[in-house]
Structure formats: structure tokens, C-alpha cells
Design a protein around this ligand. Structure first.
Ligand SMILES: *Cc1c(COP(=O)(O)O)cnc(C)c1O
Length: 435
């Protein structure tokens, strides 16, 4: 916009400024880019922060421009719309958000969604057709398992899974077996798995795909909600698409629901076409909230991660604790999981599995005695949350599968927030004493 209007008549003109992403050879880090990347104040009356664009539609400068935009929107011309058209397709807040989300994984492009599940559903519908197979790691987030097995199953899409800790051979065998049943349209991974905290070896998944499915390699997508975007960058390990529930760390304040898919333009353009049709995009207000959240993402995650390490050290030595499941303990472990952790993760996250001595009675007594930690499901917020998977999130999971996943009655799931770590330890200490 080189001839920006001058509504106040001061003679001063707001000039658009280039989006600076490097100083000399130095590429600016994500924590820096979260403050201004993708937003030019000159386009919004000089506002330091982006306004919330509450509009359902956008005005074209000319009929020819409108036609060009629609050629992009409908896919007649690749690359999507060059400008804004209609708010089911995109808007300024969502576009700024998408530019900033891509930064964390150095991805070409990103899309925002109304929830993590709408992101996952849009992704699956983009790549899968009747007769196709999905190969996935297990366990997955419960709603994702329901979507794949029960909903997509109704449309003739099949699936086969491999255990999260499987090696390349096992993964390759599952891919081979799936390929005998239909075209493998998508490999879908979740790492770490919830609530087992088991890491999936992304590079082994990609090697197995290259061996077994070389003729028509399907995209490898990964749900990176638990460690992303700070502590695990799957695209750097060969995954094609990273999927997020932004409800968790990215939003980070337990006050919104949103999702994202991040990856190369060629894949993202296909997902965008499906999102344009379904209307699963996030709304402008939520996108704006996420822009605010991303400014402190690294601060929040770093503090929560450090807090979790302190809390786990305390809990693991306590006489009323049977054991603590925490990724940080893998760092020095001489095992397959330890090797994956060191290669794939730069931090352990802030969710932990606390196995108390006893059963449901002891776990409930502990939960009911907590005063700082709130009893709620979800994770990645500023506040510490605690829940009982067997009685809550995984209540409807059959007993045998619960046992296989280590979801026992003495398990408490905790998401550590950014409070003072010694206050948190004091809370856990008094709650353990109350058992
Ligand atoms: C929360 C979550 C989802 C679903 O996200 P919503 O934003 O609740 O739709 C998917 N995967 C994982 C790993 C999650 O934790």
C-alpha cells in the first residue's frame, strides 16, 4: 500500500515497513518474531497491535481482482487467494497467526482451526478416501481414535496401528499389512502418547515409509500438542505435517479452544481447500488471543518445564509415591526411549504421571487435598491442573486396554503451570500428607 491514506490530514504518510526476519546473516529467533512478524502497523492506522477484524467479508478493488481471488480460493490457480475474500476462508488475524505459527517449526505454511479436533478432522478428510488405510501409532488422543475408527470407518476408511514404542521393523510390517488392504493414504503419529508418555521414533517411521510405501509415499503427520512447538520440531525429523491443539501450550491460559496444521505449502494447500469448504477455520477473536499468547510462549513453556523438573525431583523421592512418569527421566537413560528422547526432544514438557502407593481411594484423597492445583482435565496452561484418567478422561476405555496403557486407579495426571515452584511443592507435600 504505497499510497496509504492520510485521514488526519497531517501530511504525514504511514509507510509500509518490511517484515524484518533477519539482521545481516542472523535469522531472528521465534521468540523475537512473535512480537511483530506478519503484521504491518501502517495497514492498521499505526496500531502497535493488530485490531480484531470482525467482518464476514472483504471488499474487492475491482471485479477483475475479485475473479483472481476466487480462482485462488477454488483451486483453479494453485497457491490460494492472493487477498482476503470471505471470513470462512481467511482473515487478517488468522493470517498473522498462521505466519507466526509456521516460524516455530521453520515451516513454509500453516493453517489455524477452530479446535485441535477440527484440525485433525480436516486433515484426515483431505487425504483419505473410501477404501484407503490410515496407519497410526497407538494410543492416540481418545477423540482422534474415535474419529478414525468409528467415524471414518463408516465411510469405508480402514486403519492399522503400531505401538508407540515400536522399532522400524514393526512399523514397516504394519505398513506392509495395511498396504495389502488398501492404499495407505496417511501415516498418523502422536508423540509422546497420552497418558503413557511413550515417544514415537519419527525418523524410524519415515524410514519404514521410504522402504515399504516408496511407490506412493503418504504424508507422515504428527500430533505435536504435548511438546510443541518449543521442545519437539517434527518437521526437522522428517515428518511432513505437524498438528496442534492450540488449546494447550500455544493458547496457554486455558481460555480458548483452537488448532493448527503446519507444513510445506504443497500439503497445506490441499488442507486449505478442505478447510475452505468445511469452514473449520478459527475465529478472529480467538486468533487475536493466540497472537497475545504466542508472545510469551517460550517464557511460559520454559518456566513450566523448569517447574515440572523441580516437582518431579520432589515427588520421585517421596515415600507415598510408587513412581513418577516424566520424560525428563529419559535424558540419562540407556534405552531405546532414552535415545529417541535425546535425538528428538529439547525439553521434557510439563505433564507428568504420578503413581501413588494405593488405589483410587488414595488418589482421590490426594486430589481432594490439593489447594493450588485445580481438578480439571487439559494441560499446558499457566495454572497447575490435576486429574484422574481412570475415572475421568479414560473412564470408558475397556479395562484390558486401560491396564495395557498403564491407566491404573493409583494414577494421577498433573500438568504443571508457571506458579512459584516451591509453592507447588508445598501443595503436593501437604496433599501427600493428607492421604
Ligand atoms: C487436547 C488435544 C487434542 C484435541 O484438541 P482440542 O483443541 O480439544 O480439539 C488433540 N490431541 C492432543 C494430544 C490433545 O491433547
Amino acid at each position: 500500500m504505497d499510497n496509504a491514506e492520510d485521514p488526519a490530514g497531517t501530511g504525514a504518510r504511514r509507510r509500509p515497513r518490511p517484515d524484518v526476519t533477519a539482521i545481516g546473516n542472523r535469522r531472528l529467533r521465534p521468540a523475537t518474531l512473535m512480537m511483530g512478524h506478519g503484521f504491518d502497523p501502517a495497514l492498521s492506522e499505526g496500531a502497535l497491535k493488530p485490531p480484531i477484524f470482525l467482518t464476514s467479508t472483504f471488499v474487492f478493488e475491482s471485479a477483475a481482482e475479485g475473479k483472481r481471488h476466487f480462482e485462488g480460493v477454488t483451486g483453479r490457480r494453485p497457491g490460494g487467494a492472493e487477498g482476503l475474500v470471505y471470513s470462512r476462508f481467511n482473515g487478517p488475524n488468522q493470517e498473522i497467526l498462521e505466519d507466526r505459527l509456521g516460524v516455530w517449526e521453520d515451516a513454509e505454511d500453516a493453517l489455524s482451526f477452530s479446535s485441535g479436533m477440527s484440525a485433525i478432522a480436516t486433515l484426515l478428510l483431505t487425504f483419505c478416501q473410501p477404501g484407503d488405510m490410515i496407519v497410526h501409532s497407538g494410543p492416540l488422543y481418545a477423540a482422534t481414535e474415535t474419529l478414525i475408527a468409528r467415524i471414518l470407518g463408516r465411510f469405508g476408511i480402514g486403519w492399522m496401528d503400531f505401538p508407540a514404542d515400536a522399532g522400524e521393523e514393526t512399523i514397516a510390517q504394519v505398513m506392509e499389512a495395511a498396504a495389502r488392504k488398501g492404499r495407505v493414504a496417511l501415516v498418523y503419529v502422536e508423540s509422546p502418547a497420552n497418558p503413557t508418555n511413550v515417544l514415537v521414533d519419527i525418523e524410524a517411521v519415515c524410514r519404514a515409509r521410504a522402504r515399504v510405501l516408496a511407490d506412493a509415499p503418504p504424508p507422515v503427520a504428527i500430533d505435536n500438542t504435548f511438546l510443541g512447538p518449543l521442545w519437539q520440531k517434527p518437521l526437522a525429523h522428517g515428518a511432513d505435517l505437524s498438528v496442534y491443539s492450540l488449546t494447550k501450550y500455544a493458547g496457554g491460559h486455558s481460555d480458548l479452544v483452537a488448532g493448527a496444521v503446519v507444513g510445506p505449502a504443497a500439503h497445506i494447500n490441499k488442507v486449505r481447500m478442505m478447510r475452505n469448504t468445511l469452514g473449520t477455520i478459527t475465529d478472529p477473536h480467538t486468533a487475536w488471543m493466540l497472537l497475545r499468547s504466542l508472545e510469551t510462549l517460550e517464557l511460559r513453556m520454559t518456566r513450566a518445564g523448569a517447574n515440572a523438573a523441580r516437582v518431579c525431583d520432589f515427588l520421585s523421592g517421596h515415600p507415598k509415591v510408587e513412581r513418577v512418569g516424566y520424560l525428563g527421566f529419559l535424558a540419562g537413560e540407556d534405552s531405546h526411549q532414552g535415545a529417541i528422547y535425546r535425538r528428538q526432544c529439547s525439553g521434557a514438557g510439563s505433564t507428568l504421571s504420578l503413581y501413588l502407593k494405593g488405589g483410587e481411594k488414595e488418589a482421590f484423597a490426594f486430589l481432594d487435598a490439593l489447594v493450588i492445583a485445580k481438578l480439571a482435565v487439559s494441560l499446558g496452561g499457566t495454572e497447575t491442573l490435576a486429574s484422574h484418567p481412570a475415572a475421568m478422561t479414560h473412564l470408558s476405555v475397556p479395562e484390558a486396554r486401560k491396564a495395557a496403557l498403564g491407566i491404573t486407579d493409583n494414577l494421577v495426571r498433573i500438568s504443571i503451570g508457571v506458579e512459584d515452584p516451591d509453592d507447588l511443592i508445598a501443595d503436593f507435600e501437604q496433599a501427600l500428607a493428607a492421604i
